[in-house]
Design a protein around this ligand. Sequence first.
Ligand SMILES: Nc1ncnc2c1ncn2[C@@H]1O[C@H](COP(=O)(O)OP(=O)(O)OP(=O)(O)O)[C@@H](O)[C@H]1O
Ligand SMILES: [Mg+2]
Length: 227
Amino acid sequence: MIGIDNTSLDQVPKVTFQNVSFSWPGKKQLVINNCSFSINKQGLWMIVGKNGSGKSSLLKLITGLLKPSNGVINNSANFGMVFQNPDHQILMPNCRSELLLNINQKLSRKEITNKIDIALKKVGLTGFDKRPIHTLSGGQKQRLTIACCLIGDKNFILMDEPTALLDSSSQLKILKIIRDLTNNKKNPFTVLWITHRLEELIYADAVAEMKNGNLSDWQKPLNFQYN
Ligand SMILES: Nc1ncnc2c1ncn2[C@@H]1O[C@H](COP(=O)(O)OP(=O)(O)OP(=O)(O)O)[C@@H](O)[C@H]1O
Ligand SMILES: [Mg+2]
C-alpha cells in the first residue's frame, strides 16, 4: 500500500488524471502524453524526472493554471504552491503582512493573531511575525511560504523543487516540517514534491518518475529505481 492509511478518508484531498495530454500553444509535441495517475491518500508524494520532462507543467495542470488538451482532471483539494525560489512568490515587506495576504479576512483580529502564531510555530518561525522579509535566510523564507499555505487553510501543497536553493540543514528542516504535516491524521494534508535531489526520496510515502510526458506507477522509496 502506498501513502498513509487515514481514518477520515472523506476529508483526504485527492487528485486524479485520466488520459491527460497537454501541448503548449503552437507546439505539436505533447509535454504531457496520455498520463493517468491518482493521489488518493494523505502523505508525501515525490516526483523525479529529467529537465524538461514535464514536471512543472504537470503541477500547473493540477492547479488548473493550464488546461489539458485531452483527458479529465478531477480534484477535491485546496491547493497551495511553493516554488524553488521564495523571492519569486513573497510579495510583502514583512512576515505578518505576507501571512495576512493569505488569510481569510473575515476572521476577528484575535483569530487572525492566533492563526498567525500557529502557522509560524508549525514552520519553526515563532516570534518572526514582525520580521522584515529581507532579514530572513533562504530557508526561513521558504518556511514562510509554507506558513502562508497553512494560514490559507490549504490541504494540498504542490512543491516545485522547494529545496534546490537550500543547504542540507535547511533542506532537512523543510523535510521534517512537511513530514509532520503529512503524518497528522487529525488534519489530512498532502504534499506533492518535485525534486532532483535523490537523497530526499527516502522521506516520501510514494515516489514516481516523470518520463516522456508520463508518470510511472507510484513506488515505495526503497523499491524505486531511477533510470
Ligand atoms: N510557458 C511555456 N511556453 C512554452 N513551452 C514551455 C513553457 N513552459 C515550459 N515549456 C516547455 O515544456 C517542456 C516541459 O517543461 P517543464 O518546465 O514542465 O519541465 P520540468 O520537468 O519541470 O523541467 P525542470 O526539471 O528543468 O524544471 C519543456 O520543453 C519546456 O521548454
Ligand atoms: Mg520544473
